[in-house]
Design a protein around this ligand. Structure first.
Ligand SMILES: [Zn+2]
Length: 291
């Protein structure tokens, strides 16, 4: 064939003249190649734009995720700090209670020296959580010990004669005195409180009634055992309101003021005994926080 060139003819619709270009094969090939390159180029641009936006979307997603993780981490950090603060308070409160309970030394469970040079943040966090958990466990144990000690102390306080059994006038103290009936010098094992007959006589501490009957010179008498070797005795009663074996609380009436037994007038004879030995009840009354 040997065709060397083509002719391109523009045919305008108006009355203008034709336009003709002569294009060689070579020029056509260049034009075709150019178009092909343009096409490939635009395809590549489109593709890279799409992939780029996917990357950007992915990046955005990761960034948002990271932000929320950081927030979660932050509030987690705050919670741990709150917990540590609360534990600090509980521990110091427990130490105060331990002092009240009379406990000499306490294990607080505070572990020291966690953390090292090559610990990751995760290790440090785990270490703090472990420490919190350990302190919490130790605190539970300590609180049980302190609670038991406080219970025991409360029992002991309730069982300690600390109040006056009846309102009245102290007419005779504890110790050696001139016996009001025989006139001889003798040991007075308690105190005498003169008051109106029939007034209720109140137990001065929690305990169990061990005697509720006439006892020689004491007349109608009630003995209350409080444990810890302590016994209180109430004598010269006009009537007895309790029975042996009965539990009484501090302030419970055990009988009424009278003048039974070896007595010269209406009064209560009140004794406190430690391990069987009569002691001055005034010592106990003086220790009373609120008569
Ligand atoms: Zn007496």
């Amino acid at each position: 064939m040997g065709l060397k060139h083509h002719t391109v003819i523009f045919v305008p619709h108006a009355r203008a003249r034709f336009r003709k270009w002569r294009i060689t094969n070579r020029q056509l090939a260049i034009l075709g190649g150019g178009l092909a390159i343009l096409l490939v180029g635009s395809l590549f641009t489109t593709w890279s734009f799409l992939t780029n936006s996917i990357d950007r979307a992915e990046l955005e997603r990761v960034r948002t995720e990271n932000d929320s993780l950081r927030q979660i981490n932050g509030s987690f950090e705050d919670s741990i700090r709150d917990l540590e603060h609360q534990l600090d308070q509980f521990e110091s409160k427990t130490r105060e209670l331990a002092i009240v309970a009379g406990i000499e030394s306490l294990e607080t469970g505070q572990t020291a020296g966690i953390g090292g040079p090559n610990q990751s943040e995760q290790d440090v966090e785990n270490g703090r959580l472990e420490e919190l958990s350990g302190r919490s466990d130790a605190l539970r144990g300590t609180l049980t010990t302190v609670g038991d000690a406080l219970d025991e102390r409360r029992r002991w306080i309730s069982a300690t004669p600390a109040t006056t059994p009846v309102r009245g006038i102290l007419t005779s103290g504890f110790g050696y005195r001139q016996d009001p009936v025989s006139g001889k010098r003798s040991m007075h094992q308690g105190v005498d409180i003169s008051t109106a007959p029939g007034r209720p006589v109140l137990a001065t501490a929690d305990g169990v009634v061990i005697t509720a009957e006439r006892v020689g010179q004491l007349g109608k008498a009630v003995y209350v055992s409080h444990g810890y070797g302590l016994v209180t005795r109430y004598g010269h009663l006009s009537s007895i309101d309790v029975e042996p074996g009965q539990r009484v609380l501090r302030g419970d009436p055990v009988g009424r003021v009278g003048s039974t037994g070896k007595s010269t007038g209406y009064h209560l004879h009140y004794e406190v005994r430690e391990n069987g030995r009569a002691v001055n009840p005034i010592a106990y009354l003086l220790e009373s926080p609120a008569g």
